[in-house]
Design a protein around this ligand. Structure first.
Ligand SMILES: NC(=O)c1ccc[n+]([C@@H]2O[C@H](COP(=O)([O-])OP(=O)(O)OC[C@H]3O[C@@H](n4cnc5c(N)ncnc54)[C@H](OP(=O)(O)O)[C@@H]3O)[C@@H](O)[C@H]2O)c1
Length: 247
């Protein structure tokens, strides 16, 4: 149960973020659905019981500051942050060889996946310090095992693992726990719907279970680790990939 917890999920108007927010709400948390477009956040929040909506662009300092102030005024605290927002899947960047990735492409990916997650985390930690909290960073299996494609993405997502470990160590004494979710192929609109049937089949065959994961399967893990059941585990990387990257 996440009863009486206040949870913020970045990029939660759709995809994996939405399912995480919905699962938290089903477990009785108050969730704040975020999008760069307030209307989208409001439309998604209306589909979930016990959800509020907020506008959030994690690449924009003033947007992040506004949201942190709103959290402080409306709830006076934050118990759970899920850094789910990620740079949109872009074939042009993803399939570029490492030595051809230009500065702007590298900067754009890091601006969301790494710097944005750092920015919102920094802004909300003061709201967690009094009572403790949980921070979940959504990363990807290439961050653990490496990959032949998506160089900028892999570097940004690897740094999130470092951020998780840092927060776990620095703030453990304040009862703030941190985790990384390293995801394999999860069938969201952003991934599954953008692929050809042949690409989908190839991706499904990469893991032991020979299928795509579902956003709900990620959401249930996130809800477990956000709960008090995980009270003596922190800093962990939890791989959700149907059995591809085995440690
Ligand atoms: N699906 C997979 O197979 C897979 C695998 C590994 C990791 N992941 C990670 O899982 C997370 C969710 O992925 P998804 O598949 O659900 O993709 P998605 O639908 O593209 O979700 C990403 C979300 O990030 C938000 N976002 C983008 N830029 C933002 C910004 N500057 N500020 C705030 N929010 C921003 C978008 O929200 P708005 O457009 O509404 O603002 C969007 O809802 C991502 O971090 C992704 O890298 C996914």
């Amino acid at each position: 149960m996440l009863k009486s917890k206040v949870a913020l999920v970045t990029g939660s108007a759709k995809g994996i973020g939405f399912e995480i927010a919905r699962e938290f709400a089903l477990r009785a948390a108050k969730v704040i659905i975020c999008s760069r477009r307030l209307k989208d956040a409001q439309a998604s929040a209306a589909r979930i019981p016990n959800a509020d909506a907020a506008e959030l662009d994690i690449t924009d300092d003033s947007s992040v500051e506004r949201l942190a102030s709103k959290l402080s005024a409306d709830y006076g605290r934050l118990d759970i942050l899920v850094n789910n927002a990620g740079y949109p899947f872009d074939r042009k960047i993803w399939y570029k060889e490492f030595h051809k990735v230009d500065d702007d492409e590298f900067k754009d990916v890091l601006a969301v996946d790494l710097r944005g997650s750092f920015r919102i985390t920094r802004a909300v930690i003061p709201l967690m310090i009094k009572k403790g909290g949980v921070i979940i960073n959504v990363s990807s299996t290439p961050a653990v095992s490496g990959h032949t494609e998506g160089a900028a993405y892999t570097m940004a997502k690897s740094a999130l693992i470092a951020m998780t470990k840092h927060i776990a160590l620095e703030y453990g004494k304040k009862n703030i726990r941190a985790y990384t979710l390293a995801l394999g192929n999860i069938a969201s609109e952003a991934t599954f719907n953008s692929m050809t049937p042949a690409e989908r089949k190839k991706a499904a065959n990469e893991n032991a279970m020979k299928r795509w994961g579902r956003p709900e399967e990620v959401a249930k893990v996130a809800a477990c680790i956000a709960s008090d059941d995980f009270s003596f585990a922190t800093g962990n990387t939890i791989i959700i990939d149907g059995g591809t990257v085995l440690l």
